[in-house]
Design a protein around this ligand. Structure first.
Ligand SMILES: [Zn+2]
Ligand SMILES: [Zn+2]
Length: 200
């Protein structure tokens, strides 16, 4: 049906236009649709990429590229809330659960530099074990590489184990992406595998 309608539209439309002109009527004005972006990063990115700018100096081009790359990375971490859920989500739930269940201890989003960002999500461990710090960040980095990442395909998707991210179902594209996320969001710098000291 829609294809027929489409064909019919293109058959009729030019005739209608000519008739309208003959009657001395104005042509319909094209009104640009208003696009609204929920995520500010997406709006900025659209603004940056889709607007045409002339007379721009090379430094500005580079600056715009860097800015848009940064926005793309930021956008990867954001997710739009489907419209139908938004209203229902809006009134924040009163934090009743906190008192009732002692195992729902708060885990800070930003961790100490020597806390393991993966152990913190290990529900088989005690709260103290999950929150525990290594003596030095380097020890924690070795631990992450050896215990959590060794033998893992670096190009495979990997979820963030932090309880906050886990509850949102955050999945990163690959290990590099995961490390970037852990550094930016959780404040924990991890190491590239080739820098892992092999101590046996
Ligand atoms: Zn760990
Ligand atoms: Zn995370």
């Amino acid at each position: 049906i829609s294809e027929e309608y489409r064909a019919d539209y293109f058959r009729r439309r030019p005739l209608e236009d000519i008739e309208r002109q003959n009657r001395g009527q104005q042509e319909e004005e094209y009104i640009e649709p208003v696009v609204e972006h929920q995520i500010p990063e997406r709006a900025q990115l659209a603004e940056l990429i889709c607007t045409h700018v002339a007379d721009i100096i090379p430094q500005d081009i580079v600056a715009r590229r860097i800015h848009s790359a940064g926005l793309m990375v930021a956008l990867c971490r954001r997710r739009e809330v489907p419209r139908r859920y938004r209203l229902r989500v809006a009134p924040p739930q009163p934090p009743l659960i906190k008192e009732e269940s002692p195992d729902l201890e708060p885990f800070p989003l930003v961790l100490a530099k020597s806390q393991c960002p993966i152990c913190i999500g290990d529900e088989s461990k005690s709260y103290e074990e999950r929150m525990g710090s290594f003596c030095r960040p380097a020890k924690m980095m070795d631990h992450v590489e050896r215990i959590h990442l060794e033998g893992r395909d670096p190009h495979a998707k990997i979820e963030c184990y932090h309880p906050v991210c886990k509850s949102e179902g955050l999945v990163l594209e690959h290990v590099e992406h995961f490390k970037g996320h852990v550094e930016i969001v959780h404040g924990v710098k991890l190491r590239e595998p080739r820098f892992v000291r092999s101590s046996k």
